[in-house]
Design a protein around this ligand. Structure first.
Ligand SMILES: Nc1ncnc2c1ncn2[C@@H]1O[C@H](COP(=O)(O)OP(=O)(O)O)[C@@H](O)[C@H]1O
Ligand SMILES: [Mg+2]
Length: 177
């Protein structure tokens, strides 16, 4: 067991492989990754920003499908890599952005301010977002471990990000490492 405060310090070397700074959860099937999203959704409110990073096929879109399910969204979640932006209506609006095809600075022209004001925002390839959008965000880094194995590691920015990280840590689904 790690003392809660130790997370803030680089205990044992936060940059050693296998010792990520945030809590890491491992899933063994796509449905488990969806369940992580579904469980986290219970702690989300309008205005929240989730930054998803990680390679193609690492489970980002499946995670968003779970988020949408958790918010009571009825429509199907599809990858917005061509449409750039999808919008799902549940407990509140979930804006689902995918910046894969975008060059960094282009993200500024997307009306991000309105998206954040209007509901929650979840962004695949979210590392391409301008820094101000990530100031209060929870970042989830997706990794491919094996054919059906994925790892998702959370880290936080700002006060709200910290609250969401606490929600993530307390979630029962998946495995904390
Ligand atoms: N543990 C897992 N979590 C998430 N997806 C998984 C897992 N195991 C296998 N998969 C498969 O990997 C693919 C992930 O695709 P997707 O969610 O679209 O990734 P991304 O959006 O990161 O490109 C899907 O085909 C899914 O069925
Ligand atoms: Mg995707």
């Amino acid at each position: 067991m790690t003392e809660p405060l130790e997370r803030d310090r680089p205990v044992g070397g936060a940059d050693l492989p296998g010792f990520p700074a945030g809590p890491r959860r491992v899933t063994a099937a796509a449905e488990e990754t969806e369940r992580l999203g579904e469980t986290l959704a219970a702690g989300l409110v309008a205005g929240d920003v989730l930054v998803l990073t990680g390679p193609l096929g690492s489970g980002k879109t499946r995670f968003v499908a779970g988020l949408a399910r958790g918010l009571g969204v009825k429509s199907r979640v599809r990858s917005p890599s061509f449409t750039l932006l999808n919008e799902y209506r549940g407990a509140f609006v979930l804006h689902h952005l995918d910046l894969y095809r975008l060059e960094g600075p282009e993200a500024d022209g997307l009306g991000l301010e309105e998206l954040v004001d209007d509901g929650a925002l979840v962004v695949e390839w979210g590392e391409k977002l301008p820094a101000w959008v990530r100031e209060e965000a929870l970042t989830l880094v997706f990794e491919v471990l094996s054919e059906n194995g994925r790892a998702v590691t959370a880290s936080a920015a700002g006060e709200r990000g910290g609250e969401l990280l606490a929600v993530w840590e307390l979630m029962p689904a998946g495995e904390a490492r």
